[in-house]
Design a protein around this ligand. Structure first.
Ligand code: BGC
Length: 745
């Protein structure tokens, strides 16, 4: 048992091995990847899994706070990496002690996914060769999400020891600190010194001047010679500890954060939080935190009998996904890397609505409502975005932060300084139908029609209006077209008449009009008021319907052309896979411009089959799956889970299962090879859907009732998961390919 290798105090808190993700060897090359895997999020803030004693190299410590974005010299507003409180430095005879110290032995770090704890132990030798045992526990409190806690234990094994320690808040951090070209510092320090308890650092973001206060204090028996000693941009409280041979000394570090988004007096708030958490004490805080995680798991757990590896991977995935969104704030969202790394700036993409949201809609509908509300709050910005680009209605930005403006940069810079024009924001418009799709799915599953009344119908109508204005008439085709667009497959940009985009635009228009009709029956006064507010007339609605009816769609009786002209590109198919079972670019395509070869970055036609499974016959879907699978490189982590879910819908068992493994293990195995930059939120959410919607076959039937068509992989004997069905918590059990739904105790 791994937990028995820890001291009794830590061991008594940790879950059984099957809930622990363990790093059993310290390896510099792998350090940044483990920092992502071991990131913790309280729902309010995150802290990457950097070593507490801060001696590991390389390291990218990160503290992100929901809603604290800044641009400054960066290409876009990005989640600002704020001062790092999660450090406690230890010195013996002036030598720092940590994982890079001589004689490292018995190293273990373990993420306890059941209780939301990060535990570690190792032994190192000081300069005289005397061994010191270092153990720690870290958490970001679920019970008080603005608070964090570290417990550090030091045991001199070979003789008495004198330890000098530093309770630090490190303000030297920046975003992209190891990418000189992108490195940006997003805050200015306005105060560095003493708090009422321990050290206090205050700063503000550089653009909007949003204040952020961070306080940290330590407690422990035998602490002596405390002194506040700020230096440069580091807040520091120095203190001493003595330990006799074999005696363990313990330090508890408490931290608290407040921002101008939640209070007018950040220092006062930080002080109150620290006073409260220290009064409760570390033991009480740990217990309250663990209790909160048990409440979350009561709903979130997905049990897979017969496949331990998949079981652990899914708990790892769900742990990070459910920990990230803020349950108390509907003006923030989820980034593609969750809050575990700096890539993509913490922006909301279509990843939220089509990949992550369904998990919350089914399991934590209140959190789902927050995520949907976020788009509602930014409807005006989406209208502005449409207008600025010459369209009507509301066009959601490809990348969205706090203002709702487009945050996807128009230029990118390569390592050699070459500037490349980036067209994604100009052409990739399908996020707008994704926002509408996620919202409608939320209402259909939860039955929460109040959302339509508050802003949902208006959002649907304004996005439908955008799509209508995006279409142009072609005399030649006698059809409406969407020209110069990028579909999910970003390697062909821009193209004309991308099937996915056109079809989802039609879906958006039809759904908006259907929901308007429904409200005209149920709440005619409100429906009329909404139409009046956005100056919508019957004539305009008829125009949308006419355009939707006459839009250009390819022949859908055989292999569907992903976009107009795709079949004219010289063909090539994938024939080789790498050691992580990822497809390799066919040789004939290497060196060619992407537009000149047929290889796809990610699911495109297959993605549509996931969203609208009844759209095409099974035979046509199989034909298309076969065709596009041979041409898809899955270079986006969004792709494998879509292939898993659709594959299982089509009865392609073996292939579907391979994709499930790829998407489920994306961060455990680092199979996209970019884990250092954060976890893969969409893959995590997509994998949950592949299991629950795909293998367990959960769906809404034609009457909108809960229905199942399960088909478990042979090696799984049973799957159990929980959902909130129309306000009631339910347990779903799939066994012998039958579903049983019972009330959740
Ligand atoms: C994918 C997009 C995705 C984005 C963020 C890109 O590589 O092509 O579909 O939205 O990553 O995950």
């Amino acid at each position: 048992m791994l937990r028995n290798t820890f001291n009794n105090e830590i061991a008594s808190l940790l879950a059984e091995d099957n809930w622990l993700l363990a790093q059993e060897e310290y390896d510099r090359q792998e350090n940044l990847n483990w920092e992502s895997r071991f990131g913790l999020v309280s729902g309010y803030m995150s802290s990457r899994g950097s070593e507490i004693c801060a001696t590991s190299r390389p390291t990218l410590p990160a503290t992100y706070i929901h809603g604290i974005f800044d641009r400054s010299e960066a290409f876009m507003r990005e989640l600002a990496n704020m001062p790092d409180w999660a450090k406690l430095k230890v010195y013996v005879n002036r030598q720092p002690i940590g994982v890079e110290t001589e004689g490292l032995e018995d190293y273990l770090r373990a993420l306890d996914m059941k209780n939301g704890l990060l535990a570690s132990h190792y032994t190192v030798s000081d300069a005289s060769g005397a061994r010191i045992r270092v153990e720690s526990l870290k958490l970001l409190s679920r019970a008080h999400p603005q608070c964090g806690l570290i417990r550090l234990y030091l045991t001199p094994l070979d003789g008495d020891a004198h330890f000098e320690l530093e309770n630090l808040i490190d303000g030297t951090v920046a975003n992209f600190i190891d990418y000189p070209r992108f490195r940006t510092r997003h805050f200015e320090i306005t105060e560095n010194g003493k708090g009422k308890l321990g050290v206090y650092m205050e700063c503000h973001t550089r653009d909007f001047k949003t204040p952020v206060g961070i306080g940290a204090c330590v407690e422990g028996e035998g602490i002596s010679s405390r002194a506040i000693k700020p230096y440069g941009e580091v807040a520091c409280e120095f203190f001493d500890l003595h330990a006799k041979k074999g005696q363990t000394v313990r330090v508890d570090k408490f931290a608290a954060i407040a921002t101008g988004r939640d209070t007018d007096g950040v220092k006062w708030r930080v002080t109150r939080l620290l006073e409260e958490v220290t009064t409760r004490g570390a033991d009480a805080e740990i217990k309250m935190h663990i209790d909160k995680y048990q409440e979350l798991w009561r709903m979130a757990d997905l049990e897979i009998e017969g496949d331990d590896k998949m079981q652990k991977a899914m708990r790892f995935n769900i742990f990070h996904l459910m920990s990230t969104p803020n349950p108390y704030d509907d003006r923030v969202n989820i980034g593609p890397k969750l809050m575990h790394g700096e890539e993509y700036g913490g922006h909301a993409y279509w990843d939220t609505e089509l990949f992550c949201l369904p998990f919350f809609t089914w399991v934590f509908p209140k959190i789902a409502r927050n995520l949907v509300n976020y788009r509602g709050h930014l409807l005006d910005a989406a209208r502005r975005n449409a207008r600025d680009n010459g369209y009507l209605g509301a066009k959601y930005p490809w990348e969205s932060a706090d203002t709702g403006d487009e945050e996807c940069p128009s230029w990118s810079v390569e390592y050699d300084g070459t500037c490349t024009r980036c067209y994604v924001a100009d052409y990739e418009h399908h996020v707008t139908s994704a926002v509408a799709f996620g919202l409608v799915d939320y209402v259909r599953v939860t039955g929460d029609r109040s959302l339509f009344e508050e802003f949902g119908l208006e959002l649907l109508l304004e996005t439908a209006r955008f799509w209508s204005s995006r279409m142009v008439w072609s005399d030649k085709k006698q059809a409406y077209e969407i020209l110069q667009v990028t579909g999910p497959d970003e390697w062909h940009e821009p193209v004309d008449n991308n099937y996915y985009t056109n079809r989802m635009a039609v879906w958006n228009i039809h759904t908006a009009v259907d929901e308007l009709k429904a409200m005209q029956k149920s709440r005619p006064d409100l429906a009329a008021a909404i139409c009046q507010k956005i100056a919508l007339t019957d004539d305009e609605i008829n125009l949308w319907l006419d355009r939707a009816a006459k839009i250009y769609l390819p022949d859908t009786t055989g292999v569907i052309e992903q976009f107009e002209g795709y079949f004219d590109i010289p063909d090539a198919v994938i024939t080789q896979w790498d050691d992580k079972a990822m497809p390799i670019m066919p040789e004939s395509c290497v060196g060619k411009e992407r537009k000149d070869h047929p290889i796809l970055k990610q699911a495109d036609v297959v993605m549509l089959m996931k969203l609208l499974p009844d759209e095409l016959s099974l035979e046509v879907q199989r034909l298309n799956y076969d065709y596009y699978e041979k041409r898809t490189l899955h270079r986006s982590s969004l792709s494998p889970s879509a292939h898993a879910q659709v594959g299982v819908q089509l009865g392609l068992d073996e292939r579907a299962y391979q994709y499930l493994e790829r998407s489920s293990y994306v961060d455990i195995d680092n199979n996209q090879r970019n884990l250092r930059e954060g976890l893969h939120a969409a893959s995590i959410g997509g994998t949950w859907q592949a299991i629950v919607m795909g293998y367990c076959g959960m769906h809404l039937d034609k009457e909108g009732e809960l229905a199942f068509s399960p088909k478990l992989p042979e090696q799984w004997s049973k799957v159990r998961f929980r959902i909130n069905w129309r306000g009631k918590d339910k347990l779903v059990t799939i066994e012998d390919n039958k579903a049983t739904v019972s009330d959740l105790a």
